[in-house]
Design a protein around this ligand. Structure first.
Ligand code: ADP
Ligand code: MG
Ligand code: MG
Length: 353
């Protein structure tokens, strides 16, 4: 059964679940979670409001606070996180959703694990990477996207999910310096059995202009084919790979952090500006010469070029990308930890027959 919270209004959802106590408070939403959480400080501001670090039963948590007018986004993100089998070490761990009232305003909360390193975007500004860490960030982010993109058939299977807003600000860095994918509010799902694509309602804006693939910019994306949405994610991910690669020290050189297309557009590029750069001029991020003299950076370069091409169907799939990155990682000399054979990194990959 597909629960279509994203398609109904919050009122519908609450009506179907009121406690009948006469308080008007919904049964499903008992405000217990929110009441048990102390908000400590604001750690992020995105499109739909603020993300706070909070404390719940002595544990740090991240609380994404939506205004009630953004209930559709909250409901969609809640719905996606409640997908069976979504739990994966490279997808942000979800705890609960709740609603509460603060400053006499209704707020919708999404409670998740808290990751002190913050987003990959912030991490890359602060840190230079050795090759091992570069590949680890790339592989783990790719694993998260691969898990989203894959449908798993079975009694309690999982639909395929396309993210639609892949960028370094929507990927978090965990304590063990692996990535997890966050911000699932724009995701579309695909049920292969019925070949049914579910696109969240109220979709006035999709994705971040800087990361939009050519087919979104020139409005040729075929929304009837789920493959199109996956291919769009691949383009956006290629730009993330480029952001990561720049921060990798090799032969004593490294580039400073910059967002993709920093050399051709300003802080907040318009749709038209991006369209001119990406579609009309066919421009793509510059590959520094030094990358070709390093084997790991050469592999990542090859992947990004085959992932940002104009023709969506010519792009690599995320499973291909993941495999190539894993191979590149295997070719590196083992790290001290690996040599000593301590805490081998486990990849909870679900192998699809
Ligand atoms: P939006 O949909 O508004 O963009 P996000 O879910 O992307 O919201 O969160 C916005 C920012 O908040 C992220 O870019 C990141 O910097 C920070 N953030 C979000 N979730 C967490 C978390 N679980 N741990 C640490 N930082 C987080
Ligand atoms: Mg975001
Ligand atoms: Mg978002």
């Amino acid at each position: 059964r597909t629960t279509q919270i994203g398609d109904s209004t919050l009122a519908d959802w609450m009506n179907s679940a009121t406690s009948g106590s006469g308080s008007g408070l919904p049964f499903l939403v008992q405000r217990t979670m929110a009441r048990q959480i102390n908000l400590i400080n604001c750690i992020g501001k995105g499109r739909y409001g603020e993300v706070w670090k909070g404390s719940w039963q002595g544990e740090p948590v991240a609380v994404k606070v939506f205004a009630s007018r953004d209930e559709q986004s909250w409901a969609r993100e809640t719905e996606i996180y409640n997908t069976v089998l979504l739990r994966h070490s490279n997808i942000l761990g979800y705890i609960a959703s709740d609603m509460t009232s603060r400053n006499s305003e209704t707020q919708l909360w999404l409670v998740c694990y808290y990751h002190p390193h913050g987003s990959l975007y912030e991490f890359l500004q602060r840190k230079e990477l050795d090759k091992h860490l570069m590949l680890q960030l790339c592989v783990t982010a790719a694993s998260g996207i691969a898990h989203l993109h894959t449908d798993i058939s079975g009694v309690c299977g999982k639909s395929a999910i396309a993210h639609r807003d892949i960028k370094s600000k929507n990927i978090l860095v965990k304590d063990d310096l692996t990535c997890c994918i966050a911000d699932l509010g724009l995701a579309v799902t695909h049920n292969p059995a019925e070949d049914k694509i579910t696109i969240p309602k109220n979709n006035h804006r999709v994705g971040t202009k800087r990361y939009m693939p050519p087919e979104v910019l020139d409005e040729t994306l075929n929304a009837n084919s789920f493959e199109s949405f996956k291919q769009a994610d691949i383009y956006s991910f290629s730009l993330v790979l480029w952001e990561i690669a720049r921060r990798c020290i090799a032969g004593g050189f490294v580039e400073e952090y910059n967002p993709p297309y920093y050399d051709v557009v300003n802080y907040d590029p318009s749709f038209e500006e991006m369209k001119k750069v990406v579609c009309t001029d066919g421009y793509r991020p510059v590959i520094p010469n030094r990358w070709s003299s390093d084997p790991s950076l050469s592999i990542v370069t090859k992947i990004m070029k085959e992932a940002w091409c104009k023709n969506p169907s010519a792009r690599l799939t995320i499973l291909r990308i993941k495999k190539s990155l894993l191979k590149a990682k295997d070719q590196l000399a083992p790290t001290v930890h690996e040599k000593m054979n301590v805490t081998p990194e486990k990849d909870p990959l679900i192998t699809i027959p």
